[in-house]
Design a protein around this ligand. Structure first.
Ligand code: FES
Length: 126
């Protein structure tokens, strides 16, 4: 059973942009908003060399990593061919204009990896 916690308002995420959410442990979570207001959440860590995906360019259903331009699918976290690898994905729910993430996923997914140094970050308390 999911235990959803609000992390920000939908309008806090720029269209075709991102927002970062810090956890108590592990890399931050990057929230991405598409041009049609869908929101996806990925670990803010490229599967190539851990680049901050939140600083990349969002286009369609993907983000281009700012370091070496790998393209990562927002729905699966998978690198597009010919590249390989996958960034962990977090479930997202939108309710009354609020973006919610699952508490258990925030507390367990990739928590042993080092946080990525990048831009400003909202902290979420689980
Ligand atoms: S670190 Fe993302 S493409 Fe290299």
């Amino acid at each position: 059973m999911n235990h959803w916690i609000p992390v920000c308002a939908l309008t806090d995420i720029p269209v075709l942009g991102s927002r970062r959410v810090a956890r108590d442990r592990g890399p931050q979570v990057a929230l991405f908003r598409t041009s049609d207001d869908r929101v996806f959440a990925l670990l803010d860590r490229c599967p190539h060399k851990a680049g901050p995906l939140s600083q990349g360019i969002v286009f369609g259903d993907a983000v281009a990593c700012p370091l070496h331009n790998w393209t990562i699918a927002l729905d699966s976290g998978c690198a597009r061919e010919p590249d390989e690898g996958r960034t962990p994905v977090f479930q997202v729910r939108i309710d009354a204009g609020q973006v919610l993430l699952d508490r258990q996923e925030l507390e367990t997914i990739a928590i042993d990896l080092a946080p990525v140094q990048a831009g400003p970050c909202t902290r979420v308390s689980c």
